[in-house]
Design a protein around this ligand. Sequence first.
Ligand SMILES: Nc1ncnc2c1ncn2[C@@H]1O[C@H](COP(=O)(O)OP(=O)(O)OP(=O)(O)O)[C@@H](O)[C@H]1O
Ligand SMILES: [Mg+2]
Length: 246
Amino acid sequence: MTAEAMTVLDIRGISRRFGGLQALSGVSFSVNKGEIVGVIGPNGAGKTTLFSTLVGLIRPDSGTITLDGKNLAGLKPHRVAALGMTKTFQNVALFAESSVLDNVLTAGLLRHGVEAARSEALNCLDRVGLRAVAHKQAGDLSFPERARVELARALCTAPKVLLLDEVMAALNHSEMQEIMALIRSLRRDGVTLLIVEHHMRAIMNVCDRIMVLNFGRLLADGTPEQVAHDPEVIEAYLGRSLEKRR
Ligand SMILES: Nc1ncnc2c1ncn2[C@@H]1O[C@H](COP(=O)(O)OP(=O)(O)OP(=O)(O)O)[C@@H](O)[C@H]1O
Ligand SMILES: [Mg+2]
């Protein structure tokens, strides 16, 4: 396969300013099909802003985003999702009065009629281990369960590239293991994943490659091993040892 055929996502020179704050500054990288790429960095580094820009929620001031050879400039999130890229929300906001199933089904309507979306939504709930609570009100779920509903919602758009923004926050160890197993199974299905996480052990374990953002700039991009030993990364984010960060 040629390098071009393997590239699913190509980002060139993305910048975004909020008032006086340069949230993203000339960020460029590309991602190969089937890769699992971690995005780490301190609070406020621009990780969520990067993901929001990729899926069309935030318009970059400059730069290009190319998904499967298509330029996404100016496309709205639902169009980007229809082309195959979607993200989960760091602050999960479900329709609390609606059933879990209906919350997920809505995402499926992007590409299916209601009945097909319902069966697809049930499959996605199965995949995240929530089939049993499909008919509960979303507002009655625990916080970790809501994070899984958010994941099921993203899956229900049938993404080629899935961006996960801190889906493991607030999960206990075994719940985290389950999500990591799910991430690996998605990759086996050909999904490409970008993952923002503060749980260093989890991210070092599941990712092929890690990018480090710091003050809106890409500070490092390499294997987990390379990044963990990069003096600049240790200084900016990891601290003196990984062990200190759980
Ligand atoms: N809509 C906005 N308007 C103004 N400033 C914003 C907006 N969104 C983000 N910012 C600012 O941009 C910077 C980057 O924020 P972002 O949420 O991308 O960081 P992050 O790396 O995701 O941090 P965290 O690890 O805390 O989630 C922060 O200083 C934030 O306050
Ligand atoms: Mg964030």
